[in-house]
Design a protein around this ligand. Structure first.
Ligand SMILES: Cc1cc2nc3c(=O)[nH]c(=O)nc-3n(C[C@H](O)[C@H](O)[C@H](O)COP(=O)(O)O)c2cc1C
Length: 200
């Protein structure tokens, strides 16, 4: 089994896919990676729309800086950050109850959560969690031999309108295109560790 470091060294942002489809088993593993990602308070404030419809991909592409990945990928995962859900009483209860704490502790925990989110920009906070799921998707994709590209280059409001989302409830955090890359892996450019890390 490849180490995380090995996956990070060998994955790259694919700029154009060759159109070959990903099989269901690999897709399932990649989505499981997303599902198992950690999130603040365990709220899982993400939902995933998997786009394979070629017509929809064609409509999306001009709203995504005309990037080739959108129409050449096998599966386009739209990661949607959940704004209404994280404020929904029933959902909050269910998420905290499953921890199996006693009722008093659960109540206190929920109150701490509510105090916390009262001071958050919920679009920003839920979007941050989605980026964690993104990384899991990229890594599990690599582990499955699938190439990927995270995509932040899109017109958010227009994509949400095309997908018929109510932005008060959920928004598009980012997209991840999956498939098999049409081009070989480019060299990896990263700053050396000594420029990134300080100790004290
Ligand atoms: C959140 C995020 C958004 C990105 N958006 C795009 C994008 O819209 N289009 C693109 O071609 N690459 C995009 N990238 C890929 C980066 O450009 C790429 O990860 C970076 O240049 C490092 O290269 P590597 O991933 O191939 O090692 C994005 C990466 C991240 C993490």
């Amino acid at each position: 089994m490849a180490s995380i470091l090995e996956l990070l060294r060998t994955r790259y942002a694919c700029k154009e896919f060759d159109g070959r489809p990903i099989d269901g088993e690999r897709l399932e593993a990649i989505l499981q990676g997303a599902r198992l990602s950690p999130s603040s308070f365990g709220m899982e404030p993400w939902r995933f729309l998997v786009v394979t419809d070629e017509g929809l991909k064609r409509e999306l592409r001009p709203l995504c800086w005309n990037q080739k990945q959108i129409t050449t990928c096998s599966h386009l995962i739209v990661i949607k950050n959940q704004i209404a859900l994280v404020q929904d009483e029933e959902y909050i209860e269910a998420i905290f109850r499953r921890r199996g704490l006693d009722p008093e502790a659960t109540k206190a925990y929920i109150q701490r959560y509510k105090d916390f989110i009262a001071n958050q920009d919920l679009d920003c906070w839920t979007q941050k969690q989605c980026y964690i799921a993104m990384e899991s998707i990229l890594l599990e994709a690599r582990a499955q031999g699938v190439d990927s590209c995270p995509i932040e280059g899109f017109e958010r409001e227009r994509v949400e309108e095309l997908l018929g989302l109510d932005p008060e409830r959920e928004r598009v955090a980012l997209l991840v295109a999956l498939g098999f890359c049409a081009h070989p892996r480019p060299p990896k450019h990263r700053l050396p560790l000594h420029e990134l890390v300080t100790y004290r």
